[in-house]
Design a protein around this ligand. Structure first.
Ligand SMILES: Nc1ncnc2c1ncn2[C@@H]1O[C@H](COP(=O)(O)OP(=O)(O)OP(=O)(O)O)[C@@H](O)[C@H]1O
Length: 421
């Protein structure tokens, strides 16, 4: 199959300033690709090379196998439409007039719009929620309204490929989602091929099938959001420390910025091991990761909701088979993790014969002189399913030098105190 768009060895300079170097990638029909990268990395310049506004000094761009820069302008506009980053429109055109401009590539010289053109303009105005604005002057609209009109104009071109440069930048959160949902719908229903520059990595990860990450004019990486949105890539390209959580079940990544300036070094170095299970560690895991602690976890069963959360944050975890009792080997691995931690937290995990080892691990940690925080907001008997063995071990644990707390908030306070001392 021929690629819809193929960029081959493309390099571009503004006078002496080299901005793009040896860019190679292709888009198949119906792909939805996000172009991401830091400010000034060359995203807009790449888009302008693909839409033929700029001609690369080296390399070629193909549309359906034809050299795109040699295509007649009208033919190109019937295939490819652009939503630029900023649109200066100096004259007082109405919204409908602007949208009808999208029909220009279909209108013969010396003739004017036909009924079909008006019908298409109406349809795309409805799609973009701009129909109610149709008689308003474009220069009297808000930035967000104007943005939607420009999207409508590009759709009126009835293109096969749509290039958009930060189409959501002027929009409030509601319209951001509306535009992205509209693009996704057009992509699905009409196989519209989309290349969109986005700054919001979470929006990009949520909507795009693939992401092209540009760094200083070169392709850093190209792949699925799961492959591209990793804390390593973000730190390498943007220089920011982030946590990436992979949402279950489709593993859509979600980025949260860690502002290192506000995390004291003592927190970054403090290692915590969390003994949990059955979802009792979820809330703590989120909080501790966001606060910048180094976290490990175990033993949890695969498929358990604590396992799910630990996996989504890439937390080092000792994992047992689904529903299987903790084996001696996994228990040993857990103790090895505990050895490297400064603090151990035992959540209010229900105790059965299968996870008695987790109580033993907490007891072992306390006897080793580790700081052990035991969450004990409810009576142990209520969650002991071992006919007493669990309660007995728990009693021994409480007799050690441990910190007994009630819930997540008091656990976090206890950790703060440990670090301060
Ligand atoms: N017309 C121009 N003349 C000279 N240099 C330019 C021109 N347009 C952009 N540049 C420079 O080229 C580099 C890439 O700019 P470009 O706008 O392509 O980056 P970008 O990734 O789209 O950035 P942003 O995310 O900030 O929009 C920058 O260093 C920029 O200053």
């Amino acid at each position: 199959m021929r690629s819809k768009i193929e960029v081959e060895a493309l390099s571009y300079k503004y006078d002496q300033l080299k901005v793009l170097e040896d860019i190679n990638f292709s888009m198949q029909q119906g792909e939805f690709i996000g172009l991401i990268g830091p400010n000034g990395s060359g995203k807009s310049t790449l888009l302008k090379n693909i839409n033929s506004k700029f001609k690369p000094q080296q390399g070629l761009v193909y549309l359906d196998g034809d050299n795109l820069h040699q295509l007649d302008k009208k033919e190109l506009a019937r295939n490819l439409a652009v939503v630029p980053q900023s649109t200066e429109i100096n004259f007082d055109f109405t919204v409908e007039e602007i949208v009808l401009m999208g029909r220009t590539p279909y209108i013969e010289r010396f003739s004017s719009e036909q009924e079909e053109d008006f019908a298409i303009a109406k349809e795309v105005m409805k799609l973009t929620n701009t129909f109610d604005l149709k008689d308003r002057y474009i220069n009297q609209l808000s930035g967000g309204e104007r943005q939607r009109v420009i999207v409508a104009r590009s759709l009126a071109q009835n293109p096969e490929v749509l290039l958009l440069d930060e189409p959501t930048s002027n929009l409030d959160i509601n319209y951001q989602l509306e535009i992205m949902n509209l693009l996704k719908r057009l992509n699905h229903e009409q196989e519209l091929t989309i290349l969109v520059v986005l700054h919001d990595l979470n929006l990009a990860a949520k909507y795009c099938d693939k992401l092209l990450l540009i760094d200083q004019g070169q392709i850093h990486s190209f792949g699925t959001p799961q492959e591209i949105i990793t804390s390593e890539n973000i730190s390498e390209v943007y220089g920011s420390e982030v946590t990436v959580k992979y949402h279950y079940p489709d593993n859509t990544p979600y980025v949260t910025l860690i502002d290192q300036q506000y995390i004291p070094q003592s927190k970054l170095e403090h290692k915590i091991h969390l003994i949990c299970g059955g979802g009792t560690g979820r809330e703590l895991m989120e909080q501790l990761v966001k606060k910048g602690y180094q976290l490990s976890c175990g033993v949890v069963n695969k498929q358990d909701s604590d396992w799910e959360m630990a996996t989504s944050y890439n937390i080092e975890t000792v994992i047992e088979e689904p529903f299987a009792p903790i084996s001696e080997a996994k228990h040993q691995q857990n103790l090895n993790k505990i050895k490297t931690a400064e603090t151990v937290i035992l959540t209010e995990v229900p105790i059965g014969n299968g996870n008695l080892f987790n109580l033993k691990a907490a007891l072992w940690a306390a006897k080793q002189g580790k700081e052990v925080i035991v969450v004990n907001g409810h009576n142990i008997e209520e969650r002991d399913y071992t006919s007493g063995a669990g309660s007995e071990l728990f009693k021994q644990l409480l007799q050690q030098e441990i910190k007994e707390v009630e819930d997540t908030v008091s656990t976090l306070k206890a950790i703060d105190e440990i670090i301060k001392n």
